[in-house]
Design a protein around this ligand. Structure first.
Ligand code: ADP
Ligand code: MG
Length: 205
């Protein structure tokens, strides 16, 4: 993935915020890359540009030989639904669904009915014992593992995690980072954080 001359300006009623200005970045096909910066420095904005959640004001995101924001809109939806797995600080799980159905959700979006993968990722993140639990019955460390499983289930090429350990204690933080590190052996994991110590400990870059 190549990011070229990427800028994002937010215009509100009262002010203009240059959240990103002329960003250049080459990301490898696998490994663990940390993007570190203080609060308000534009990390989430950058994540939204990489994941196709929001559109840059100028510049390009190039994957292979395709420019993400120059093609038809439906390509962008396709990219978002199949290429990127997103993980958030507050997990973004659906409370009315149990663990299994939360993980299944991305497959429903792309009409994939091969559900064997769900049990594989459940095993991988070690949450077999809570497979049919409701989301509000499990701990925050378990919730983040469910969110990771959900990001993995599409077999996406890139996992983007925005402050994935922000709400976790140090024990669960280690579990989550060890898991993301393992995952980064065969795909790209981009972790956004303000925690420089974890970045030093876990990052390839
Ligand atoms: P970080 O994730 O590093 O904390 P953000 O990307 O959320 O930073 O924000 C970068 C800057 O852009 C901040 O000054 C923030 O206030 C501003 N910003 C973010 N989203 C919006 C928005 N939707 N409208 C206006 N300003 C925004
Ligand atoms: Mg943020």
């Amino acid at each position: 993935m190549k990011i070229k001359h990427l800028s994002k300006t937010y215009k509100t009623k009262y002010e203009v915020v240059n959240a990103l200005e002329d960003i250049h970045l080459h990301l490898p096909e696998k490994g663990m890359v940390f993007i570190v910066g203080v609060s308000g420095s534009g990390k989430t904005t950058l994540m939204n540009m990489l994941s196709g959640v929001d559109i840059p004001s100028s510049g390009e995101v190039i994957i292979g030989d395709k420019s993400l924001y120059k093609g038809p809109k439906k390509d962008l939806f396709g990219y978002r639904n199949s290429y990127v797995g997103l993980i958030f600080q507050d997990y973004n799980l659906i409370e009315d669904l149990n663990v299994y159905d939360n993980i299944k959700l991305p497959l429903d979006f792309i009409n994939q009915t091969n559900y064997e993968i769900i049990d594989e990722v459940i095993k991988k993140v070690d949450i077999e014992e809570i497979k049919y639990s409701k989301v509000n019955e499990i701990s925050s460390g378990q919730m983040q593992r469910v969110a990771i499983a959900r990001a993995l289930v599409k077999d996406s090429g890139m996992i983007l995690a925005d402050e994935p350990t922000g709400n976790l204690d140090s024990k669960n933080e280690k579990i989550v980072f060890d898991l993301l590190k393992e995952i980064s052996k065969d795909r790209l994991v981009v972790v956004i954080t303000h925690d420089e110590d974890s970045a030093k400990l876990y990052s390839d870059r």
